[in-house]
Design a protein around this ligand. Structure first.
Ligand SMILES: *Cc1c(COP(=O)(O)O)cnc(C)c1O
Length: 247
């Protein structure tokens, strides 16, 4: 192996523990989700051997390729963290136990219709564009409460919390504001006691900012680069694609 996944994992786990300690939180209250886009299987297997079990994919295509090869270890769990097109819903629900990126009513409706057919439920997070960047997916913070209320009408969907991508290539202050805003929104929503809506999870923090996200209340951090090394494709490829032709 050309990349020390195991050592990297130890380092990330250590940094997570430090951030928890610094903010008076319990290490067990923050989950590590490994973001696996473009990461080859060998590296994923090393992570599994090192005891990791929670993985997140951005593209259904990559999930389809990796999922059957990893499936032998039943304790593994996959979440979907990328932009989800409605025509991919039917396939994605086969693989994942949670979708972090529900950001519009239409997507909720299509998910619900599929889950009704299969007589199943799905845990979801509502993705919020806390940085107000054009290039990012996610509902605007102003629409968050209403969107959660609308989604709560679909009884197959269990809203577990919120997700965001903090502002990247920005000052630490700006990024922290994104995380604070997500936390505030989750508290506002919690106060409303909406049926089937729990606000126990905050998915926020990536390689560059997960310690800060933990300080601001993250319960899941999504880390790729710090564990698996740099990717060949720019993230715009994952975050920006199809933005203009969204349904
Ligand atoms: C790629 C990705 C991550 C991980 O990013 P890194 O900077 O590589 O840690 C987290 N969340 C989402 C939604 C991603 O697309």
């Amino acid at each position: 192996m050309d990349y020390p996944v195991e050592e990297n994992l130890k380092m990330v786990r250590k940094q997570m523990a430090l951030a928890c300690k610094a903010s008076g939180r319990n290490v067990n209250d923050v989950q590590l989700l490994l973001a696996t886009k473009t990461v080859p299987l060998e590296k994923l297997q090393i992570a599994v051997q090192a005891g990791e079990h929670l993985f997140g994919e951005n593209k259904v295509q990559e999930l389809r390729d990796k999922y059957p090869l990893m499936e032998q270890s039943k304790a593994l769990e996959w979440h979907f963290i990328g932009h989800l097109q409605t025509n991919k819903v039917k396939e994605v629900v086969k693989y994942v136990t949670m979708i972090h990126s529900v950001d519009r009513l239409k997507l909720g409706q299509v998910l619900h219709d599929q889950l009704v057919k299969e007589q199943r439920t799905m845990d979801i997070l509502v993705q919020i564009n806390t940085s107000y960047e054009e290039s990012k997916f996610g509902a605007s913070p102003e629409d968050a409460v209403e969107l959660v209320e609308q989604l709560s009408q679909f009884e197959t969907l269990h809203v577990k919390g919120l997700m965001t991508i903090g502002k990247l290539h920005a000052s630490a202050d700006e990024t922290r504001q994104c995380f604070r805003l997500l936390k505030q929104l989750s508290m506002q929503i919690r106060e409303r006691n909406i049926p089937r809506v729990e606000m126990e999870m905050l998915s926020m923090g990536m390689s560059g900012d997960f310690s800060m996200a933990i300080e601001e209340g993250a319960t899941i951090v999504r880390v790729g680069t710090n564990v698996f090394g740099p990717r060949y494709l720019p993230d715009e490829y994952y975050w920006n694609e199809h933005k203009k032709i969204e349904d």
